[in-house]
Design a binder for this molecule. Sequence first.
Ligand SMILES: NC(=O)C1=CN([C@@H]2O[C@H](COP(=O)(O)OP(=O)(O)OC[C@H]3O[C@@H](n4cnc5c(N)ncnc54)[C@H](OP(=O)(O)O)[C@@H]3O)[C@@H](O)[C@H]2O)C=CC1
Ligand SMILES: O=C1O[C@H](COP(=O)(O)O)[C@@H](O)[C@H](O)[C@H]1O
Length: 581
Amino acid sequence: MATQISPCCSSSTTFSSSSLNQEPPFASAKLFNFSTKSSTSRWAFKIHSRTDPKNHFNLKSTNGYPLNAVSLQDGAAEKPLAKELVLPEQTESNLSVTVVGASGDLAKKKIFPALFALFYEDCLPPNFIVFGYARTKMTDEELREMISRTLTCRIDKRENCGDKMEEFLQRCFYHSGQYDSEEHFAELDEKLKQKEEGKVSNRLFYLSIPPNIFVDVVRCASCKASSGNGWTRVIVEKPFGRDSESSGELTRSLKQYLAEEQIFRIDHYLGKELVENLSVLRFSNLVFEPLWSRNYIRNVQFIFSEDFGTEGRGGYFDNYGIIRDIMQNHLLQILALFAMETPVSLDAEDVRNEKVKVLRSMRKLRLEDVVIGQYKGQSKGGKTYLGYTEDPTVPNDSLTPTFAAAALFIDNARWDGVPFLMKAGKALNTRRAEIRVQFRHVPGNLYKRNFGMDMDKATNELVLRVQPDEAIYLKINNKVPGLGMRLDRSDLNLLYKTRYSKEISDAYERLLLDAIEGERRLFIRSDELDAAWSIFTPLLKELETKKITPELYPYGSRGPVGAHYLAAEYNVRWGDLAEDE
Ligand SMILES: NC(=O)C1=CN([C@@H]2O[C@H](COP(=O)(O)OP(=O)(O)OC[C@H]3O[C@@H](n4cnc5c(N)ncnc54)[C@H](OP(=O)(O)O)[C@@H]3O)[C@@H](O)[C@H]2O)C=CC1
Ligand SMILES: O=C1O[C@H](COP(=O)(O)O)[C@@H](O)[C@H](O)[C@H]1O
């Protein structure tokens, strides 16, 4: 279907009219041979050489393909490119990352530090620059000063870190402008061109801004600042709308200016090490995959908790609530990866096809499948913790949930009848994110008298602790050494910090590198997004129209008791609340 082009672009646009008539402005980069995954790989192939120690630029695609692999979608067979095919000018390309909203919290906390970490690890090409863009007036020097306060050296990577930091900062520049001003983006384009010095320019825009200005920025950037001869990609931060309708509208608006393949919808949980490992665990260990179904798994739990409230982000949060903030995206994405069928390959489209199938097989949530809560103030150890509605940026009568628990079902042959429970909350007693898989009872267990009446205590449980202290452990029943026959529960435990000395990369590093490489597997496709919203939208609408009051829970507690009753309805106990958790 032909994409409608917005009339926004004036004739001074950098694109040829033929491309404008057929494709969104950013998509015109496709006319050139540098916009695809294979071209990036080609470029990487030239620079990355195992034999030449000087050529240590080291792009690593997260799909596990060799760097010189070519996607089948690009019409070429999946085989290493012959070195002779590398054109000299391709190694002369320039990469710019423009962080839109550079003065903001996410940019300072995550994006600039992740870019520095990639730079430190030599994962970025030689001609690499960063541009900050925001309304705040700043000079290049002031931006560098701001960024330098947030950069850190890894514990295991301190060598030359100071020099590297300085080198990185010298590659950072700033342009102040309005988000809806084509003129200001044209100025940015001029500055980018100066730095690019006529080389092939590959441009990545990171939208680290509130969602109400996403479309303005994409319009202005696409019309005035996209690459004329390389690729242009845009990373879009959540929230992607607040229900099916608004998400669909956002997608349609973005697609006026961008082709789907240029949009990288980020869910940073997909970049977390343990989430990335989920597929490895399943598909490369014979012991797990045969158990991965209703035949052996009794229930699966996805748990997110934070031990702090909405401090500072109440304004944003109140419009969304915990279901939209955590469940509909982070936890649901993990669920889809957990439950999908084996993809044909690790290619982004194959993986995302399987995720969409799972999401489309899920039952829409109803009010009775959910418990919601909201934290109230609490005094503890001489300290007072404010309740959610006491936050000055939150309305006093807000009914927005800061906690939710839900029971979800996948109506397919593999998972029929298995409850997938989710629990997410702010201002709880602990900070953690984990996946818990509770297995069925052993039929006719020979040792059942050793467990007393409570057979649930004897079931195996596999835990993937996403954070903190990344770990994978399996609870098993074991004989206590001695002459008698006493059993206890023990863990087969893979604790990352004792097994691996390398510090774990931040999720944003992995995802930025993938976007630079054009690897889309860890980004959300628009049909995945539609399917995800359709599970949650009816429930969200009902909660709001019926003005359902959340159950209050004290700041720092384990959350509302309603969550236990919900789990009990499905014969489930929350694994994180068990005595031996
Ligand atoms: N912060 C976080 O931890 C996370 C954030 N996100 C998402 O990332 C994006 C950025 O988040 P964050 O950095 O916290 O956002 P901020 O509120 O810090 O906004 C980023 C920048 O956008 C500009 N801005 C803020 N409000 C407005 C407004 N109403 N109109 C126009 N410009 C505005 C400001 O820059 P200036 O005034 O200089 O133009 C600000 O520095 C959001 O979409 C958020 O949902 C996602 C996950 C986590
Ligand atoms: O997307 C979000 O995630 C953070 C939690 O991320 P983490 O990597 O620190 O676990 C959450 O605090 C925030 O509300 C939400 O928008």
